[in-house]
Design a protein around this ligand. Structure first.
Ligand SMILES: CC(C)(COP(=O)(O)OP(=O)(O)OC[C@H]1O[C@@H](n2cnc3c(N)ncnc32)[C@H](O)[C@@H]1OP(=O)(O)O)[C@@H](O)C(=O)NCCC(=O)NCCS
Length: 189
């Protein structure tokens, strides 16, 4: 059970019915905001470390699930987001995430046709979202992916491969539609 008194000196602001599970694995920075009905979970191993001025809005699930998760300073996470970190998740500072985003750092193995998929274990790979990126509404980011610095993931995209720095990706699967060209100083589509 989360002990409000233990953290009050860090200026942590909580909405209604916020749940902290296994909070000895949750390291909170100052000025944390967590909105109504969100769950932060350290179950299954791994640590969840939050930087300064992190805002996690309502109805989110942010869970280590056996991996380590680091969320950097000034990160904003919209409503109804799910982040699970079986293969580790790092979200660097100043990342802006819209609502309904899924960041899922594992896959179920399925190749053995004699067993139900739920009995075949998982493969987990790290997700890295570099500083200053913006993830659009309803996007999904799958395991093993890096999102580049100041890059944009369009609304509804499913990101299956790395996104270079300073680029815009859209679609399913996500592909680059716009990229900053340092030679000309322009965004090139
Ligand atoms: C990706 C986005 C930022 C636009 O980026 P942009 O570089 O200005 O891209 P453009 O508008 O020039 O579009 C480039 C191409 O991608 C397509 N496109 C743009 N956004 C798309 C999307 N989300 N999904 C699929 N295709 C998209 C455009 O139709 C265009 O295609 P075309 O060249 O065949 O005409 C914007 O469309 C978007 O998805 N924003 C997210 C909004 C959001 O989530 N807001 C929440 C606030 S936190």
């Amino acid at each position: 059970m989360f002990n409000k008194l233990k953290y009050f000196h860090k200026h942590i602001k909580l909405g209604k019915n916020v749940k902290f599970e296994n909070d000895k694995h949750i390291i909170m920075g100052t000025n944390l905001f967590v909105g109504d009905f969100s769950v932060l979970s350290g179950f299954g191993g791994g640590n969840l470390e939050l930087g300064k001025n992190v805002r996690i809005h309502s109805f989110c699930k942010v869970a280590t699930c056996g991996g380590n998760m680091f969320i950097g300073d000034n990160v904003q996470i919209g409503d109804h987001c799910t982040i699970t970190a079986q293969g580790d998740v790092t979200i660097e500072s100043d990342v802006l995430m819209a609502d309904k985003i899924n960041i899922i750092a594992n896959q179920h193995s399925f190749h053995d046709i004699t067993k139900p998929i739920m009995d075949q274990g998982c493969t987990s790979k790290k997700i890295l979202i570099k500083k200053g990126a913006w993830i659009g509404i309803n996007a999904t980011i799958l395991s093993g992916v890096t999102i580049g610095q100041n890059s944009v993931v369009g609304a509804n995209a499913v990101v299956t491969k790395d996104v270079p720095d300073f680029s815009v990706v859209v679609g399913v699967p996500a592909h680059v539609v716009n990229k900053y060209d340092f030679q000309s100083g322009n965004w090139i589509s």
